[in-house]
Write a protein that binds this ligand. Sequence first.
Ligand code: AMP
Length: 116
Amino acid sequence: MSQISCIFCRIIHGQAPGEVIYQDEEITAFRDIHPQAPVHILIVPNRHIPAVAALHPDDASLIGRMILVARELAKREGIASTGYRLVINNGPQAGQSIDHLHLHLLGGRTMRWPPG
Ligand code: AMP
C-alpha cells in the first residue's frame, strides 16, 4: 500500500524524482537528497510503514533484508572495508523527518560518536 502524499512512496513508484540505485519486490534504495557523508543512501520498504514503532512481528524478515541490502550496497559503493554506519531515526526527538521507515547507510568519512 502506498500513500499519495508520501514523498518516499512517490519515489518508489517513479512518481517523484529520485536516484534509485536498488529495487526489488519489497525494498528500494536511493541516494539522500542532502547527503551527510560521501555515501548516503536510504533503504526503504516499498510498503508504506511510517516508522519502527509501526512494525509488526511479521516484518522481522523485511527489516533483516533491509540490513542485508545495506551491506550489499556498502560493498558496491566501496566502503565495506573502511566502515559505515546504519541509522534509523524513530520519532521527533530522534530527528525523524519523513514518516516512511528508512535505514540510512552512511560512509566514506570518519564518523564521530556519540551522534548529535
Ligand atoms: P530522517 O531525518 O531520519 O527522517 O531522514 C530523512 C532523510 O530523507 C533526510 O536525510 C533527508 O535529506 C532525506 N530526504 C528528504 N526528502 C528526500 C528526497 N526527496 N529524496 C531523497 N532524500 C530525501
